[in-house]
Design a binder for this molecule. Sequence first.
Ligand code: FE2
Length: 214
Amino acid sequence: MILNPSFGLAEALAEALDARDGYTAGHSLRVAEYAEAIAREIDVPLAETETIRLAAWLHDVGKIGIPDAVLLKPGPLTAEEFGLIKLHPQIGRRILERAHGFESILDAVELHHENYNGTGYPYGLAGEVIPLAARVIRVADAFDAMTTHRSYRPAFSAETAADVILAGSGADYDPKCAWALLRILRRHGNRAPSPGAAFGGLLPAGTPALQLTA
Ligand SMILES: [Fe+2]
């Protein structure tokens, strides 16, 4: 349970996003689980770990502001459509700025697509200028995206996703966060544990943590 006075509002926002984009329903919860596990692995203090978890849960809330024709498009996006998608971190920040209680996660939500080597968006920040929460979420988000079946490709196995993240360590991903995920997976035989096991038990019963069907 996320102990935050805005838990009910956070839940409502996450539900609203899942209602818009059912295909990624569950993504937010899984990213929260993985982000928390990574934060624990690198010995982030408990209060900051809770903040990272909340930020991870709401990281894509700005997608509420992306038109259906783009958000739900099954095929590849045009450059213009991708430009719209790339607005979602800043839209997310603006949504959360309207409510009280989310101040501590605004930067992480806005910066979760920044890459460690400065090639990400929206600002092209690099290295430790990017807040730790955003660097943790970057890895957790990528791992869940890769291990989830999409209309244009099957899910990667956890092992393959780990290899891709390792290859991107120092480029897309903060090496400290990438290696933390790899250590977690290694302890579980390169497979993420089922919900409620080592990832903290946030997921409701029956929610798959991974679809290992590559
Ligand atoms: Fe995102």
